[in-house]
Ligand binder design. Structure first.
Ligand code: IPE
Ligand code: IPE
Ligand code: MG
Length: 233
């Protein structure tokens, strides 16, 4: 099922999306195991959330784990899963910052979905425990792939109509995992790769894109401000 965001009033401010890349290389440069890079990445996400909400970002959407990432070594996947439990468990901090949690990804009960039960529970709990916050909406993409999202939306549009010719952009939008999310204004990808990696293909249609050499664990306020400056150009 798709976890519905209880109807949210549109929040004024930009929608920023981040492809949080480079945790492994960050660790390698320090002679540490890749898992340490993921731990540092999760800690930096907490910091980025504080910075983003202080800058008036209305929606922050981050790529936590992709539909393609399951092929990584089992121990690394296990570690990343445990970090998502930690991330969705930061309720007190999220409430202090008035941040509301949301999630996008393959619906738990659909074929191919792989989110384990303990992560599902953490996601549901975080959504419930932050539902009354009125500040920034933090959407975590977990077991997310944009093609899967678009295929599902297209299938649903087709099953609802007698004439596929009448399907509109609005119909597609209404069947995305989180249809309330506005288009992305700014996409940031860390760690020097200039790829989109199957992230939010529909939603980034008109986004500015900021690629930085910084690894995700090193993305700081000054770099975020450089990216945000693109929105004023
Ligand atoms: C991003 O860092 C985290 C995830 C994709 C889960 P990577 O693990 O991709 O780090 P690099 O790209 O190998 O350095
Ligand atoms: C994209 O990073 C996915 C996440 C950040 C979760 P990857 O490291 O998986 O992307 P590719 O494989 O380099 O495109
Ligand atoms: Mg990577």
């Amino acid at each position: 099922m798709v976890l519905p965001m209880n109807a949210i009033l549109p929040i004024p401010g930009p929608h920023v999306a981040c492809i949080m890349d480079g945790n492994g290389r960050w660790a390698k440069r320090r002679g540490l195991p890749r898992t340490e890079g993921h731990t540092a990445g999760e800690e930096n996400l907490a910091e980025v959330v504080r910075i983003a909400s202080s800058r008036g970002i209305a929606y922050l959407t981050v790529f936590g784990f992709s539909t393609e990432n399951w092929v990584r070594p089992k121990a690394e996947v296990r570690h990343i899963l445990s970090l998502h439990k930690r991330l969705f468990g930061r309720i007190q901090e999220l409430n202090e910052n008035n941040v509301r949690i949301n999630w996008i990804g393959r619906p738990f009960d659909e074929p191919g979905a792989r989110t384990p039960a303990f992560v599902q529970r953490a996601i549901r709990q975080a959504i419930a425990d932050t539902a009354t916050n009125t500040g920034m909406v933090l959407t975590v993409a977990f077991d997310y792939g944009s093609r899967a999202e678009l295929l599902r939306a297209a299938q649903r549009c087709i099953s609802e109509t007698s004439s596929t010719a009448s399907i509109t952009s609005e119909d597609m939008q209404s069947h995305l995992y989180s249809s309330e999310l506005p288009d992305v204004d700014l996409l940031i990808r860390t760690s020097g790769e200039s790829r989109i990696s199957n992230f939010l293909l529909w939603q980034i249609a008109r986004a500015k894109v900021y690629f930085t050499e910084r690894s995700w664990p090193d993305l700081d306020a000054s770099e975020i401000d450089k990216a945000l400056a693109l929105l004023r150009k």
